[in-house]
Structures are given as C-alpha cells and as structure tokens.
Design a protein around this ligand. Structure first.
Ligand SMILES: Nc1ncnc2c1ncn2[C@@H]1O[C@H](COP(=O)(O)OP(=O)(O)OP(=O)(O)O)[C@@H](O)[C@H]1O
Ligand SMILES: [Mg+2]
Length: 359
C-alpha cells in the first residue's frame, strides 16, 4: 500500500507562511521527520480548504526538491488540528468529516477555566492538587478572604496573563494589584472591608475566577510554575512529553513569557533546593497524567495538552490551568531542542496509532 497522508490543520497566517518557510511556532520539519518515522506523508491545509462532501483537498506537501507545493490529495483519514476555529460553521464542517469516518483530533482547543476545574473536581484523587476556585463576584471574594491571605483573580478564558490580578493581606488592609490597561504598568490599591469600586466594575464586564493563591516555589526570589506537555502517543495513551519552568519577571506574580517570564529547564530551578528531583518529577507526572485522563473522560478528542502546574517549596504539584493548544515554544526558548521536537512528533505518533486502527 502507498504511504497514507496525515493532515495537519493550520490557521491562515501559518498556512500563508509555508512557501516562504515562515511558519511561526509550527516547526514543519519536525512533522516531516515524524512522517519518515511513522511512514506517512504529512500534508498541511486550512479548514476552508475542506469541502466535506468532496474526496480531495488542496494541501501543501513537501516535494522531492524539498519545497512545499500545493497539490490535490485525498482527504486524510486522520487529521491533527492545530488551528483555532472561530465560527460554528468550522465546527460543523469538522463534524461532517467525522460523520464520514475521518478522525480529527484536538478539534476544540479552548475551554473555559471553570469547566476544566469542575471536571477535575469530580475526581477525588485530584482534590488536593486543585486550588480553591469560585466565580469571582463580591460575595465569593469576601468569603475567600476569610480563609486565605492571598487570592488570584483571573479571566475565565484565555488572557496570556493579561487580566490576572492579585489580592493580598497587608497588616489590617488588603492590597489589590493589577495591570493598568492604559499605561500597561502594574499598579496597586489598598482597601479595607469593602472591595474597590474599580475592581467590581472590571468583574462586571467579563467572567473572572477567584482562586486561592498557590504558594509557588521560587527561583532567585521570583515565583515559578511549569509548562507540562501531556500528549497521546503511539500506543494511544497519555504521556508527559516534557516539563519546562517559567519564572516570573522581577517582582511580578504571573510567570507568562508574554509578561516577561523567563524559561528554564526544571532541573535548573530545583538546584539548591532540598528536594529529591526524581520524586518531584514523578509527582508532577503522576498528577498530569491523572488530570489528562480525567479531562479526556469528558472532553472528546483531546490529545495534546499544555498544562500550567505550580509546585510548592515542598515539591507538591498544584494545578493552575490547562491549554488545549500549546504553542510548544516554551521548550524551544528554554533550549530544550529534543523535547521541543518531541512535542511535535508525539501527536503524529498518535496519528499513526489512529491510522493503524483504521486499516
Ligand atoms: N491560583 C494561582 N496561584 C498562584 N499563581 C497563579 C494562580 N493562578 C494563576 N497564577 C499565575 O498567573 C499565571 C497566569 O494564569 P493562568 O495560567 O491561569 O492564565 P493565563 O496564562 O493568563 O491564561 P491563558 O493561557 O488561557 O492565556 C500563571 O502562570 C501563574 O504564574
Ligand atoms: Mg497560563
């Protein structure tokens, strides 16, 4: 049998960069290597290139001259989605493909944080790893302040660290720290037993969560957390492909690279701490795999997760959030080349596993 195609669905902007070799965070040559490893041909297209009733799709395929050429190929039976869909019609299209027996994984890759939290809460074994979390309204925040000295308030959907705020107790007062959207600078305001009106105004405009602030372990005086790549592999099971640390930029309380966070391999961050590295890795792995299993029991088609996981100074893993389309670049930025590559090839190993279930 000739080598089958495996599809990779991309966003417009990445797709348009293919002829010039400018594909941003998608490193196409890693997908090509996976194609050689697993004996299939990767091809790249967008959702708008698909005509679900048709049999063919116009896709970029690497030619013998090492250049990408557009060509008409049979719609692949297995497709790895890397795009964010914006409209219901995109989802409908994917649904039609699935109805025709085509497997698309990672279809939906944005979930509200409260939904993820609620699914994880259903598993008792995970409770101790979940910070107390409620929808952020006046009552819930005041109630949480009775139990915790420090709270994080963050948007229910994606923010790249932008909308994340902190409330912390200082003597008899509280300090509210936030990023001023106009000046782009961090500011703070103190208050007593009533929440500042500005905060209440912000909470009215968008849904936020209020969380117990996890006492994150620190590196050179700044808190850090981890990006953990949890992916399905060639056996169809979840694996931890890589762990990388993100350290908050001087004095900040968010570690996002988009907010100046610096990235390091976890080994570096654990140096000088009185912890057993193997045990810390094992604990993170165990929790991440359990969390991935739990999430995929309710959210269909998950195969490629980028979890934000904090550890306490004792090395205990605490869940922060789960991204269902990790851009994977944290690994490149931390100079973890082989892990960065593995975050691309592992989902295609899973694609191979899926192909084998079909033929
Ligand atoms: N409960 C918490 N305790 C301590 N730090 C937290 C907590 N929640 C968030 N943070 C800090 O804020 C950062 C950003 O929060 P989070 O990862 O939940 O959202 P986000 O990255 O802004 O969202 P998205 O990835 O969807 O853009 C985290 O990486 C962490 O450094
Ligand atoms: Mg995050």
């Amino acid at each position: 049998m000739s080598r089958p195609y495996v599809g990779i669905l991309l966003d417009n902007i990445i797709y348009n960069g293919i002829p010039r070799g400018r594909t941003g965070f998608e490193h196409l040559s890693f997908y090509e290597e996976a194609g050689i490893m697993y004996d299939f041909i990767p091809c790249f297209f967008r959702i708008q290139d698909i005509e679900p009733r048709g049999n063919q799709v116009q896709a970029y395929v690497k030619g013998e001259n090492n250049k990408y050429m557009k060509q008409s190929v049979p719609i692949p039976r297995v497709i790895h989605n890397r795009a964010l869909f914006n409209s219901n019609s995109d989802y409908k299209k994917v649904q039609q493909l699935m109805n025709n027996g085509i497997i698309v994984f990672n279809i939906k890759n944005r979930y509200r944080k409260i939904l993820v939290h609620e699914i994880l809460l259903k598993n008792n074994e995970l409770h101790k790893h979940l910070p107390m979390t409620l929808i952020a309204d006046e009552n819930n925040i005041l109630q949480m302040l009775e139990n915790y000295d420090s709270l994080i308030i963050k948007p229910n959907n994606s923010s790249l660290g932008l909308g994340v705020m902190l409330i912390s107790k200082e003597d008899d007062e509280y300090k509210w720290a936030f990023r001023n959207r106009a000046t782009k600078k961090y500011e703070s305001l103190t208050f007593g037993n009533q929440l500042p009106q500005n905060l209440l105004d912000i909470l009215r405009k968008r849904t936020f969560l209020v969380q117990q602030r996890i006492p994150l372990a620190s590196y050179q005086g700044n808190p850090f957390d981890l990006r953990v790549s949890v992916q399905k592999n060639q056996t169809g099971h979840w694996q931890v492909t890589g762990i990388v640390g993100k350290v908050a930029n001087g004095g900040n309380y968010v570690t996002n690279v988009a907010r100046g966070g610096k990235v390091y391999p976890l080994d570096v961050l654990l140096e000088g701490k009185n912890l057993n590295k193997d045990q810390v890795y094992k604990a993170i792995e165990k929790f991440s795999l359990q969390a991935a299993e739990q999430l995929s029991s309710e959210l269909s088609g998950l195969a490629d997760l980028g979890m934000d996981i904090g550890i306490t100074e004792e090395g205990f893993p605490m869940f922060i959030e789960c991204n269902a389309r990790d851009l994977r670049i944290t690994f490149r930025n931390a100079k973890m080349e082989s892990t960065w590559k593995a975050t691309h090839t592992t989902p295609l190993a899973y694609a191979k596993y899926l192909l084998d279930t079909l033929y």
